[in-house]
Design a protein around this ligand. Structure first.
Ligand code: CMP
Length: 443
């Protein structure tokens, strides 16, 4: 049995093709109705082809698996069909009816019914709402910025509406329509539409009959209402264009104004600015746990695992660990950034946390800051000895460069050790080597 996934790339291309065809139909049909030009045999072929495409679309939709809201999977084919029959089927069917056949009556020049029959072609316009639904599904799939999408969709509708208004204006006899100057006459009508919709109103084209006046008032009101919508959306789009960046910039501006207010020396201000730059580049500007706190725990773990997969890959004791262990540990890891030349561990202090190095270099040094015991880099960890051996810090640790670290608090470290003996054994091994080295250096 043939089945089509609703989000299959080829189906998406097809949906866009149908969307384009529907929009073109939405442009051509009102124009034909307004101008009342005779349909020729070429146009008839085009009509037949469009109908065929819409009929094919109807068939494809019968074999499409639709997404099941609230589930990761799709409906079965049977259920998808039932939903389709209850939903968009009627619209698709109306659009696919070969009503262009009536144009044959037109071609053969039969009767006064012709003008009325032309209205029948409007059946295709229903398909526009269907096409709008397809892009809505596409938007959900591709995480398009909702404000940009809303604005784009609105602009599309307003352009189409402007065309329809221009066509109605022609029908009402608002602009003198000369079929030998088809394009110019249409532009005249569109010009009136745009000047009225945007409430510019140059009044070089004015309504004369009662219907024209009524219609003009309606168009003005639509124009004013859409203005509000467009500007409201534009404002929200600009404000929310990049919420993360905006909130980072706000933090930076607040800090800068504070530093100026407290007349902090330029050298220190420069250091603070560099820190914020590094914070932004390392993508640690946002407190992850704060941002993710609204999500359910399993989803939070999944995101944390993704965000922290770099550090998990770099630290050898993590790269071989089980998924269960990583899922637990990743939850406890907290990112931290230190600028160069920062002492974040001091010999003799009580140990509260250990650190995994994601990037940068640190030096393990003696209390008098004269002897460097070791230089550690990406993938190494420090500060585990005081936690494991329940003793004061054995050395001081200083950053040589900007360092992105992930820290594990003492209580979380103990929880992990208790549940994962393998991890405990690996840390123990490294601690023994380091302790021996410190003893050797001291003696
Ligand atoms: P801790 O004693 O908690 O604080 C200082 C840290 O420096 C220590 O844990 C170890 O993580 C680290 N450290 C101490 N000695 C060495 C060494 N010889 N080589 C690498 N790291 C060390």
């Amino acid at each position: 049995m043939i089945m089509i996934r609703y989000n299959h790339p080829l189906k998406e291309v097809w949906d866009f093709f149908i969307l384009g065809l529907t929009v073109l139909t939405g442009i051509e049909i009102p124009f034909r109705l307004a101008v009342g030009y005779q349909i020729n045999s070429t146009l008839l072929w085009v009509e037949a082809l469009v109908t065929l495409c819409f009929a094919l679309d109807l068939c494809f939709n019968f074999f499409t698996l639709h997404p099941r809201p609230g589930h990761t999977g799709n409906y079965s084919l049977g259920d998808s069909r039932k939903r389709y029959l209850r939903g968009w089927f009627t619209i698709d069917l109306i659009a696919a009816l070969p009503l262009f056949m009536f144009s044959l009556v037109e071609l053969s020049g039969a009767g006064h019914l012709v003008r009325l029959l032309r209205l029948i072609h409007l059946n295709r316009l229903f398909k526009l709402s269907r096409a709008a639904n397809s892009i809505h599904i596409w938007k959900k799939q591709h995480m398009i910025n909702p404000s940009i999408f809303r604005l784009g969709q609105f602009l599309g509708w307003i352009l189409l509406a402007a065309h329809w208004i221009a066509c109605i204006w022609i029908l009402l006899g608002g602009t003198e329509f000369d079929t030998s100057r088809l394009a110019e006459s249409y532009v005249d009508s569109l010009y009136w539409t745009i000047t009225t919709l945007t409430t510019v109103g140059y009044s070089d084209v004015t309504p004369h009959t009662m219907y024209q006046k009524l219609f003009t008032m309606l168009v003005m009101m639509v124009g004013v209402a859409s203005y509000g919508y467009v500007f409201g959306n534009m404002a929200s789009l600009l404000a929310n264009r990049d919420v993360v960046k905006a909130s980072h910039m706000k933090k930076v501006e607040e800090m800068q104004s504070f530093l100026r207010y407290r007349t902090i020396p330029g050298r220190l201000q420069h250091k603070v600015n560099q820190y914020y730059e590094h914070l932004w580049e390392s993508r640690l500007s946002h407190n992850e746990s704060e941002v993710l706190k609204d999500l359910p725990v399993p989803l939070r773990v999944e995101i944390s695992l993704y965000i922290n997969h770099e550090i998990l890959k770099k630290v050898p004791i993590f790269s071989e660990a089980s998924d269960e262990f990583l899922g637990d540990v990743v939850f406890y890891l907290e990112p931290m950034i230190y600028p160069p030349d920062t002492y974040f561990i001091t010999k003799g202090d009580k140990g509260e946390r250990m650190y995994f190095i994601s990037s940068g270099e640190v030096e393990v040094i003696s209390e008098d800051r004269q002897t460097v015991y070791a230089t550690l880099a990406e993938g190494d960890f420090v500060g585990e000895m005081a936690l494991l051996l329940e003793q004061p810090r054995t050395a001081s640790v200083r950053t040589r460069t900007y360092c992105d670290l992930y820290t594990l608090s003492k209580s979380d470290f103990e929880k992990v050790l208790k549940h994962y003996p393998d991890f405990s054994a690996q840390i123990q091994e490294i601690v023994e080597v380091r302790a021996r080295e410190i003893d050797r250096t001291h003696n």
